[in-house]
Design a protein around this ligand. Structure first.
Ligand SMILES: NC(=O)c1ccc[n+]([C@@H]2O[C@H](COP(=O)([O-])OP(=O)(O)OC[C@H]3O[C@@H](n4cnc5c(N)ncnc54)[C@H](OP(=O)(O)O)[C@@H]3O)[C@@H](O)[C@H]2O)c1
Length: 345
């Protein structure tokens, strides 16, 4: 009996030591190291809520309402100056972290390594998430920190991409990507990347379709996030062109009627069917719900061809003139430095 007891005591002690050991010393308790393959199966949701120009007093409710209504993707940026309020909405919605996609962006004045680390840490903290799902270089343009829009001639986009790779390695973001890059800029990054861009966020909608550029991203395996997906609907674009408001354009009104949908839903559905991820912004419950209806609409090949003919090759968002930089040089409607204006983001 005594022998049994002694064997039993030794066994219990052994098992206890084993469990204590794996809790404290096992390699599985070390933080995961991010690689390109790590959680590669988690994809960006095909519709998200935009937050640019969302009023600080309204964005928390808009985000909470959207997340409780079926959205699981929020597009944010430090320069929108509303990430803290956006974070309040995220927290209030209470979605499990792994059911939510949050994108933020590195502003032009933060491209240098130490500024970039401070910037992403601020976005992560303000948005109230432990990590971002996607962090984008907002523009392929570096400003000298603390000197307004003075161009930083010493920081190239390759330098900035290396900084982004290090941010991914530090687990502050699951994926990294780019925004507003020309085709040449994309090629440069694709040639040098060790961790390659997951997505490219750029302006594209029926009035600026950029089909070749969209197709090129498919070939190279980089997802396209379509910003300003409702074309010239954003009121900040009202002086930018002589095009009719897309929500009132007869072609779209007719097509929407055929689909028994609103024009906004029809436009967003086209964006999804061509394989882009759409991120319409709204602070109104009615529009936020309405835009989700895009998920139920599809088009025939003939309808897709008719929509292709609606391209106006007209860009709404081009701050290049204000910065003295020729943006989108090899794309439709590039910066013309001689024109006036240019204070967009
Ligand atoms: N990476 C970049 O450089 C960049 C640049 C621009 C935008 N973005 C991102 O893309 C997001 C979307 O782009 P955006 O804000 O320029 O334009 P948008 O989403 O195409 O249009 C927004 C405008 O459309 C209105 N709207 C939304 N749904 C509507 C509906 N169903 N019917 C009628 N009107 C509707 C909104 O109204 P209310 O707001 O009044 O409800 C708002 O005025 C931004 O918020 C931002 O997150 C990124």
């Amino acid at each position: 009996m005594t022998l049994y007891r002694a064997v039993f005591a030794v066994l219990v002690a052994g098992v206890s030591v084993y469990f204590i050991a794996i809790q404290y010393w096992s390699p599985t308790s070390a933080p995961p190291v991010r690689t390109e393959q790590y959680d590669a199966d988690i994809e960006i949701p095909s519709i998200g809520l935009g937050t640019w120009l969302s009023d600080k007093g309204k964005v928390a409710h808009a985000v909470e309402f959207a997340l409780k209504s079926g959205y699981n993707h929020i597009d944010a940026a430090l320069i929108y100056r509303n990430e803290e309020e956006t974070g309040k909405g995220i927290r209030a919605a209470g979605l499990p972290r792994d059911k939510l996609w949050v994108t933020s962006k590195l502003w032009n004045a933060d491209h240098r390594p130490s500024e970039a680390t401070i910037a992403i840490e601020k976005s992560v903290k303000d948005l109230g998430v432990e990590y971002l799902d996607l962090y984008l270089i907002h523009w392929p343009v570096a400003f000298v920190p603390g000197e307004g829009t003075k161009i930083d001639e010493t920081t190239t986009i390759v330098d900035t991409w290396r900084t982004m790779e290090n941010l991914a390695r530090s687990n502050l973001t699951r994926k990294i990507g780019i925004s507003n890059f020309s085709r040449r800029d994309v090629e440069t990054i694709m040639q040098i990347c060790v961790i390659c861009p997951y997505a490219h966020e750029f302006e594209t909608h029926p009035y600026l379709q950029q089909q070749e550029f969209v197709d090129y991203h498919k070939e190279i395996g980089v997802k396209v996030i379509a910003y300003s997906p409702l074309g010239n609907t954003n009121p900040t674009y009202k002086d930018k062109n002589k095009l009719e408001p897309i929500l009132e354009a007869p072609f779209w009104v007719k097509l929407a009627g055929k689909k028994n949908a609103t024009v906004a839903q029809t436009i967003l559905a086209w964006g999804r069917q061509r394989g882009t991820i759409v991120i319409p912004k709204s602070v109104h419950e009615k529009y936020i719900l309405e835009n989700l209806g895009a998920l139920d609409i599809s088009f025939t090949a003939g309808e897709m061809r008719d929509i292709a003919k609606q391209d106006k090759k007209t860009r709404m968002n081009n701050p290049g003139r204000g910065w003295g930089i020729k943006l989108f040089a090899d794309l439709d409607d590039p910066t013309r430095l001689s024109d006036n204006g240019g204070n967009e983001l």
